[in-house]
Design a protein around this ligand. Structure first.
Ligand code: DGL
Length: 276
């Protein structure tokens, strides 16, 4: 048995972890933020894949049988290759899951105009993962995308309530709605973006629904664990929560505590890690 691993390039995955902790208070979790190498958003496929695989290997080494890539960029660029190429060699009994599929599965329940806007990092948008996934499930839905490359650095530097944050959020929101005014549902296709929610809401019309992935991914995991008792049984349940960061833990503790709304005490880890 072992904890569930939750991975993100930085602080964004905390928006997923927060919801997981509400739904699964007894389960053990390890959160890993690759803060030293964040943001991943405009890095190449090869680099995001390499960094993500290193993170998954570290979490497996920590005893995780199930790892959630709580990062859209990693889910878009690394998940499939890890599932198909690496898992069979590393350990075919462990699982790595992402965030794009669960959100795509439910969007059809929200939009009435059948027109959806997707906001994400350059990497996620260029991968076309959301439009491809949504087209498979809901061929009648039109998708429009907008890359918001400044939003993750704003969050990572905790500049959420600055004038600069409002400037960049407004700019991207205006851009996507000027291209498609019919959008009635916006997917925040980056786990950092819910931390900017108050700023986003200020710049979006009231009738537009904003979908964040935390709750959706948590419900999807709950369903997954019901369908896969062989994985569920391997998730330890002693209520332990550990945090790892690849950066200075003092800065991580401060910012992560603020974002998660509870005390965080992180340990510094090196990636790639060396098996002793
Ligand atoms: N939270 C990551 C995501 O969901 C942020 C990516 C980045 O590091 O740029 O895409």
């Amino acid at each position: 048995m072992g904890p569930i691993g939750v991975f993100d390039s930085g602080y964004g995955g905390l928006t997923i972890l927060g919801e997981l902790l509400k739904k699964f208070p007894k389960y053990d979790f390890i959160y890993l933020g690759d803060n030293a190498r964040s943001p991943y958003g405009n890095r190449s496929f090869e680099v995001v894949y390499k960094y993500t695989l290193e993170a998954v290997e570290l979490l497996f080494n920590e005893g995780c049988h199930l790892v959630i890539l709580a990062c859209n960029t990693a889910s878009a660029k690394a998940l499939r290759t890890i599932q198909q190429k690496n898992l069979p060699l590393l350990d075919p009994n462990r699982r790595v899951l992402g965030v794009i599929r669960p959100v795509s599965e439910v969007v059809g329940n929200y939009t009435k105009t059948r027109t959806i806007g997707i906001l994400g990092t350059i990497g996620t948008i260029l991968s076309n993962s959301y439009p491809l996934e949504i087209a498979k499930l809901f061929p009648d839905i039109k998708t429009v995308q907008e890359a918001c490359p400044m939003w993750v650095p704003i969050v990572e530097n905790n500049e959420i309530f600055s004038e600069g944050a409002n400037y960049f959020v407004k700019k991207n929101i205006q851009s996507i709605f000027s291209r498609e005014p019919n959008i009635d549902t916006l997917i925040l296709g980056c786990t950092h973006y819910p931390l900017l929610l108050p700023v986003i809401e200020k710049n979006v019309e009231k009738n537009v629904q904003i979908l964040t992935s935390g709750k959706i991914v948590t419900d999807s995991l709950s369903n997954y664990l019901e369908r896969h008792p062989e994985i569920e049984i391997k998730c330890s349940k002693t209520g332990i929560l550990k945090f790892f960061t690849t950066e200075n833990p003092e800065k991580f503790n401060q910012t992560a505590s603020l974002f998660l709304g509870r005390d965080v005490e992180g340990t510094k880890v090196e990636l790639p890690f060396l098996i002793k």
